[in-house]
Design a protein around this ligand. Structure first.
Ligand SMILES: [Fe+2]
Length: 392
């Protein structure tokens, strides 16, 4: 495949830096908002971020209704409840404050209030006929990057699967990326969302829909997150390390929104849908196994990933291959496992309650996930089941 296949790159307007969250009111007003639905969750509200954003909206004369009914893997039922609140309150814009869950729920609400019907009607790629009302995102976790992405992942509660809604219509009007909002995150959430962001960057770089533009963001994200994550985990109050993490996460988001993802996310969406397991922790666990499996399908790409993470011998002077493929593959596998353990995660899938008897069903669901289509190696149901078994 040539590097110069036709590729488009979609990104929202974004403001990055200390204090960006304080601009929510001004940006909502510029978008013509008079009454906003603020979508957030209990944890983010308890940390004070929701109220701080509501104040900036009120300061601009914008009325607010608040919807906090979002769970960790946001559900179709929550999207529909939020849509009812939007309509009942006569809102004309949406402001999402929080991690991927409130932001994905906010996108779902926007889709439903603009197009009618049920949020599950819009599953798939480019299936949203009408644009949603103005959407401002204030991310408070450096991880999901829903604030810059074309993705919304919603849990289909009756079928117990996560569906992907992928569309340019999902790109927010503006993302206000404020590293200071991430200072309140506990260690465990910081580690899980950080490794999710790393997974976004690695999968986007290895994706068979990558482009020179997404590569630039993906590699920079891998380099940045590789060091910033552990600086943050050493000192959760380190503002500059938090900022480097927020930047790494945003770069990863710009990459994966356009290059799409791979088998790690397909496998992890299944675990989130069927068993409601935490997204970031699942990705951190699965990433080394998927990279090891994929390596021979894209060795030069994974060598660059290894180099960006500081693995010795991944690339020699001038990009020459310093060590054989299998050595670099094994060193990268070990490095990704080390990062996960250093971040505080050492459980296998069995310790999350997954049983061997569930693996075939999980693999069947993962096979239908759109993220699998851009995985560099074609994987069938049996191979997906083997990957789960390795991570058990
Ligand atoms: Fe993710």
């Amino acid at each position: 495949m040539s590097d110069y296949e036709l590729r488009k790159f979609v990104a929202p307007e974004f403001v990055f830096g200390y204090g960006a969250a304080g601009l929510a009111g001004r940006h909502a007003r510029n978008l013509g908002a008079s009454r906003c639905l603020v979508v957030s969750d209990q944890g983010v509200a308890a940390a004070g971020h929701t109220e701080a954003v509501v104040r900036t909206l009120r300061d601009e004369g914008i009325a607010c209704a608040t919807f906090l009914g979002v769970s960790e893997n946001p559900r179709d039922t929550e999207v529909m409840q939020g849509s009812e609140v939007f309509r009942a309150e006569g809102c004309d814009a949406i402001v999402a404050v929080g991690g991927g869950s409130p932001m994905d729920c906010a996108k779902g609400i926007g889709i439903v209030v603009a197009n009618g019907g049920h949020v599950l009607d819009y599953e798939g790629v480019d299936a949203i006929p009408k644009p949603m009302p103005p959407l401002v995102c204030v991310p408070t976790t450096a991880g999901s990057s829903a604030d810059v992405s074309q993705f919304a992942i919603i849990r289909d509660t009756p079928r117990r699967v996560k569906i992907a809604i992928v569309s340019k219509a999902n790109v927010p009007d503006v993302a206000l990326v404020d590293p200071l909002t991430t200072l309140t995150k506990a260690r465990n959430l910081t580690a899980a969302t950080g490794l999710d962001a790393l997974t976004h960057a690695v999968e986007a770089y290895a994706s068979n829909a990558h482009s020179p533009v997404t590569d630039m963001f993906a590699l920079e994200a891998i380099r940045g997150i590789g060091t910033a994550l552990f600086d943050v985990l050493d000192d959760l109050r380190d503002r500059d390390a938090r900022a480097r993490m927020a930047l790494g996460s945003m770069n990863a988001g710009l990459a994966f929104s356009n290059a799409i993802l791979g088998a790690v996310h397909a496998l992890s969406h299944s675990l989130g849908g069927l068993l409601d397991l935490p997204h970031g922790e699942c990705n951190a666990l699965l990433l080394p196994f998927v990279v090891r499996r994929n390596f021979t399908a894209a060795p030069r790409r994974y060598r660059r990933v290894a180099e960006a993470l500081g693995v010795d011998g991944a690339l020699g002077a001038g990009g020459t291959l310093a060590a054989p493929d299998d050595e670099v593959r094994d060193a990268l596998f070990a490095r990704l496992g080390d990062m996960r353990r250093r971040a505080g995660f050492d459980k296998g899938l069995a310790q999350y309650g997954v049983t061997r008897g569930q693996l075939a069903e999980l693999a069947r669901l993962a096979l239908d996930d759109p993220c699998l289509s851009t995985n560099p190696a074609p994987l069938d149901a049996r191979e997906l089941e083997e990957l789960y078994a390795e991570a058990l």
